[in-house]
Design a protein around this ligand. Structure first.
Ligand SMILES: Cc1cc2nc3c(=O)[nH]c(=O)nc-3n(C[C@H](O)[C@H](O)[C@H](O)COP(=O)(O)O)c2cc1C
Length: 209
């Protein structure tokens, strides 16, 4: 199939992209509104995007023309937490993507247990074994629909002790959930560890291990 992108409707382009860019990690983002209500929602247009300082970013689309609650809260407060999503959290995480009105808290409605954060006001979801406490670095508006690419500086990391093996986060212990196209998810399968066969890869090898 060959497709000139300009011939696609935004909805078709979206469906194509979420089928192609897989598997995606999921940022389960907690934020606070002005009344102190805790909002939680998942975002899979998500990655880490900087190391000095550590930064993550995720893309929030608009609901019609309006901001989603997460984007509105972060714009106003400048803070959020990325909670990691393990396989066990699939049901509550998926439920938090439902369109709760701004005056309703997903975490209260679903009875999700919260933990206080260290460096930011939004709390953490206890079910998640990793939390990234973030301060807003900047928001970049993208494209004709003015999606919001939210870039956050990670100011505090929480990693559950049992996930650390040999000083690194063990992927096997983390057991992350990945998002695919449509309402589908996946777990990780086979792991492949690579070494360079030529001497030229020595520096890359050092950086990665
Ligand atoms: C796994 C998953 C990933 C999602 N990823 C995104 C995303 O990257 N960007 C986005 O705008 N919405 C995404 N959504 C939809 C939002 O979670 C949904 O619009 C939610 O209601 C937003 O909540 P809020 O208004 O409380 O911010 C995703 C939903 C699910 C279930």
């Amino acid at each position: 199939m060959e497709i000139a992108a300009a011939t696609l409707s935004p909805a078709d382009a979206y469906r194509l992209m979420i089928g192609i860019v897989v598997p995606r990690p999921i940022a389960w983002v907690t934020s606070l509104n002005a009344a102190g209500l805790v909002n939680a929602a998942p975002f899979s247009a998500y990655t880490f995007c900087g190391k000095n300082p550590p930064m993550v970013c995720f893309n929030v689309g608009r609901r019609e023309a309006a901001f989603k609650d997460t984007a509105a809260n972060i714009r106003a407060s400048g803070e959020f937490v990325v909670n990691s999503v393990t396989v066990e959290a699939v049901e509550p995480m998926h439920e938090t993507s439902a369109e709760y009105p701004p005056h309703m808290s997903e975490v209260e409605a679903l009875g999700l247990e919260l933990l206080p954060s260290q460096a930011v006001k939004p709390p953490r979801i206890a079910l998640s074994p990793v939390h990234l406490e973030c301060k807003l670095e900047r928001i970049v508006q993208l494209g004709r629909d003015r999606d919001e690419l939210i870039i956050g500086e990670v100011v505090y990391f929480h990693v559950r002790d049992d996930l650390i093996k040999d000083g690194k986060v063990s992927t096997e212990a983390l057991n992350p959930l990945a998002r695919l196209g449509g309402p589908r998810y996946a777990t990780l399968g086979r792991y492949i560890t690579m070494a360079f066969t030529s001497g030229f890869g020595e520096q890359n090898q050092k950086r990665a291990s």
